[in-house]
Ligand binder design. Structure first.
Ligand SMILES: Nc1ncnc2c1ncn2[C@@H]1O[C@H](COP(=O)(O)OP(=O)(O)O)[C@@H](O)[C@H]1O
Ligand SMILES: [Mg+2]
Length: 255
């Protein structure tokens, strides 16, 4: 699997009204990698995600998945959003099963995979519950199970924990990291939270706004065997501090 974003720019609007939102974005992800895109609000992160998802077309440049140019949405890319991504009238199991049923998988297989992926996210006991009967963290785990169940080549997560309280967010970060380790999924995490990006991703692309562009790429080569410990370790805090300073200087230069 190889997802490549090459020289991608995006403008909204026409002529003199046109606004450049993304300027010459390039990066790539290979099988099994966990990559993060981090940047302040308005730096164009969600636009990058929508382009990869095939919900928008680039104004320039190419997005390709395994050498095939992305021309629209497809089940080879799984998506998890910040919130409201579950159907409120469907149970957890029905939400997970939905995409597979659309793909036309036979019902016994859909049932089997639904049970399996609910178990992967630790929610086998919540199969018959409605989203409103689940906590925010549990809802996001259902959303992740649904994304994985469709067997995508890459999972795109746009601020998946942004609406959760700090403590739950931290436990969900640890959950996602363990899931990635266990299941070998390929993930693109989009977040405004530098700590979250550095904690989870091996490679972090830092974006700045107006226009949205990648200003720095960091290989976050850290020992992740104990994430709660890593959060407070000296190498982690030093790296975070250095990047926060870089970003602050960029913001100051821009304003
Ligand atoms: N469909 C659209 N039409 C016009 N402007 C848009 C559209 N989508 C996004 N934008 C603008 O693009 C910029 C980046 O937005 P977005 O990708 O949502 O950033 P982020 O996810 O990093 O907060 C914002 O200024 C936003 O207003
Ligand atoms: Mg966004």
């Amino acid at each position: 699997m190889h997802l490549s974003v090459h020289g991608v720019s995006k403008s909204f609007g026409e002529g003199r009204q046109a606004k450049l939102v993304l300027d010459d974005i390039s990066f790539s992800i290979k099988s099994g990698e966990f990559v993060a895109l981090v940047g302040s609000s308005g730096s164009g992160k969600s636009t990058v995600m929508r382009l990869i998802a095939g919900l928008e077309r680039p104004s320039a440049g190419v997005i390709a998945l395994d050498g095939q140019s992305v021309r629209g949405p497809g089940s080879d890319r799984g998506m998890v959003f910040q919130k409201y991504s579950l159907y409120p009238w469907m149970t957890a199991a029905q939400n997970v099963a939905f995409g597979m049923s659309l793909q036309g998988l036979p019902r016994p297989l859909v049932r089997e995979r639904t049970a399996y992926f609910l178990e992967v996210v630790g929610l086998q006991d919540a199969a018959r519950r409605l989203p409103k009967e689940l906590s925010g963290g549990m809802q996001q785990r259902v959303a992740i199970a649904r994304a994985l169940a469709a067997d995508p080549k890459v999972v795109l997560l746009d601020e998946p924990f942004g609406a959760l309280d700090l403590q739950i967010r931290e436990s969900m970060q640890e959950f996602l990291y363990q899931l990635w380790q266990r299941s070998g999924l390929t993930a693109l995490l989009i977040t405004h939270d530098l700590e979250e990006a550095l904690l989870l991703a091996q490679r972090v692309h830092i974006m700045a706004p107006r226009p949205g562009r990648i200003v720095r790429t960091v290989e976050a080569d850290l020992d992740r065997s104990n994430l709660p410990h890593l959060r407070m370790s000296a190498p982690f805090l030093e790296l975070r501090e250095e990047l926060v300073t870089t970003l602050r200087n960029l913001d100051a230069a821009a304003s």
